[in-house]
Ligand binder design. Structure first.
Ligand code: BG6
Length: 516
């Protein structure tokens, strides 16, 4: 990717955004976990490096494992050295960040640990000038969330908005939010009994991806797409969230989670809601989320076992070859049961029952150990009404599609048919291709950077609201129910391919999965 300094790229000229935040502290629960090292600390470092953090900033790690402040600092430095987006790590920036780091050791249900946390935060207020603004990041499993929030409230660390001296206290809750509809509803009730919805930030890092946000700009910042973004012009929509990686040491987590809960309930349905939603009346958290919730509620339920069989496929990978390397099957991964029935692939033929999308299939597929890492949305437009030229292939009968490449190689391509130069009218389908990297010559921030910043600024537009997360669970819950009772087969697919053949059979008529 070309990396011109931002000011030298004419496409970026004049773009100034005020994303400044007030003095504050960030507390990470689950500070010794994988997410903290891989994503959160590199995100915080990038914000500091790009001068998005106030100088009065403090960070407290909270976890069970005994550790000193200095041990936390060196562990985090190791993680940032490994995972930072901009390398090498700038020592001046790091040293300043590290001076504001504290570690609090404790179990999540240990009330005394929250007193120690309060002392640490008050000390940061005095020494670093963090002035009581606090964001608590709960990088913990869903069953730990309630205990932590109860203890935070009991320790006086989460005053309601607008009360007392504290400017704010916000809680970021990692996914998965609950493990099914009932537990998500319970978690919402618990949280909203203790906090105000304005204080709860349910994170789905896909919403922090630049190209995911661009979906809204593409749709609602242009006039040419919206008139054709409906059932009159679109024949079907494909949504792919594919990864080539396997378990990477997360076998235990996957055995409890599975791909539906890990990817489809959140990331894939978020993408679907952004494609399907109506235009919000304003760019603000509630207006945007109102429309997403409506789209999610319009998803036609897939309830009976027959419907699940016909419209949803679950698969699990067996050994194969991924990018030239032989890899083991899911059941051979560490911490995975030899007879495991957990899915690592999901395909769904969904319908959005409203005026805009009636009769338009939305095909979703997501999986581990597929051919490559690619997240992509394709809107296929209707076939030609009457053929004048060669229509021997599907791509010539249905020449038009809009491909939104979320990652990698972020961009947008419009496919259409064109005449091959020469005698006669031989045709080919070609693409008008916009590539972020080439156009802007600027590396996009990581999703977590954007979302940490937004939470600390109090902007919940890119976070999931309580009713939204419930609407997502309401759609996947009955499918999971049929799978849990083993009333639908678990298909096998070879690692490195594109999932089980049954996933292809979900498509109706002429529809085929695109080759990403
Ligand atoms: C996470 C899932 O939410 O998203 C992982 O838990 C998955 O299993 C990851 O690998 C994918 O994120 P990204 O940003 O790499 O597409």
């Amino acid at each position: 990717m070309t990396s011109l300094p931002p000011t030298e790229n004419p496409l970026r000229a004049g773009v100034l955004e005020d994303l400044s935040i007030d003095p504050c502290a960030l507390v990470i629960f689950g500070a010794s976990g994988d997410l903290t090292g891989r994503k959160l600390l590199p995100g915080v470092y990038a914000l500091a490096k790009n001068r998005m953090l106030p100088s009065a900033f403090g960070l407290v790690g909270f976890a069970r494992r005994p550790m000193t402040d200095d041990e936390l600092r060196s562990k985090m430095r190791g993680a940032v050295d490994k995972y930072a987006r901009q390398k090498p790590v700038d020592d001046l920036v790091w040293d300043d960040l590290a001076r504001g780091m504290r570690y609090v050791q404790g179990a999540f249900d240990d009330a005394a640990a929250y007193d120690r946390l309060r002392v640490a935060l008050e000390e940061l207020d005095r020494k670093r000038g963090t002035r009581g603004g606090r964001t608590f990041y709960l990088a913990v499993p869903p069953d730990a969330v309630r205990t932590i929030v109860e203890n935070l409230v009991r320790a006086g660390l989460c005053p309601p908005p607008g009360s007392g001296d504290a400017p704010y206290a916000r809680v970021i809750v990692e996914k998965p939010f609950g493990v099914d509809l009932a537990s998500a509803k319970q978690l919402n009730r618990d949280l909203l009994g203790l906090l105000d919805e304005r204080q709860v930030f349910r994170i789905d890092h896909y919403l922090g991806k630049e190209t995911v946000q661009n979906l809204l700009v593409l749709r609602f910042g242009n006039t040419i797409f919206e008139p054709i973004w409906n059932r009159n012009h679109v024949s079907h929509v494909e949504l792919t969230v594919a990864e080539h990686i396997g378990m990477e040491g997360r076998g235990k987590f996957y055995e409890q989670t599975g791909l539906m809960r890990d990817i489809v309930q959140n990331h894939a349905l978020q993408l679907l809601s952004l494609v399907a939603m109506e235009a919000p009346v304003a760019w603000d958290a509630d207006a945007v989320r109102d429309e997403k919730v409506k789209a999610l509620r319009a998803l036609r339920p897939i309830r009976s076992v027959e419907e699940v069989r016909a419209q949803a496929v679950r698969g699990q990978y067996v050994g194969g070859v991924v990018r030239g390397d032989a890899v083991p099957g899911y059941r051979e991964e560490p911490d995975v049961a030899r007879e495991s029935q957990v899915e690592t692939y999901v395909g769904i033929a969904a319908r959005v029952d409203n005026w805009r999308w009636a009769d338009v299939p939305f095909y979703l597929r997501a999986g581990k150990r597929l051919g490559k890492r690619v997240t992509e949305i394709v809107l296929h437009f209707k076939p030609l009404p009457h053929p004048l030229f060669d229509t021997s292939t599907i791509s010539l009968r249905q020449p038009n599609s809009l491909v939104l490449r979320i990652q990698p190689d972020e961009g947008i391509a419009l496919r259409f048919a064109t005449k091959v130069p020469g005698q006669g009218v031989a045709m080919r389908d070609v693409a008008m291709d916009f590539r972020y990297g080439t156009a802007f010559g600027h590396e996009s921030p990581e999703a977590y950077e954007r979302l940490l910043l937004d939470a600390m600024r109090g902007d919940a537009t890119l976070f999931t609201r309580h009713d939204e997360v419930e609407a997502q669970w309401a759609f996947v819950d009955p499918i999971l129910g049929a799978w849990r009772d083993d009333r639908v087969p678990l298909e096998r697919y070879e690692a490195g391919g594109w999932g089980p053949a049954e996933g292809d059979a979900l498509m109706q008529g002429d529809h085929r999965w695109s080759k990403p």
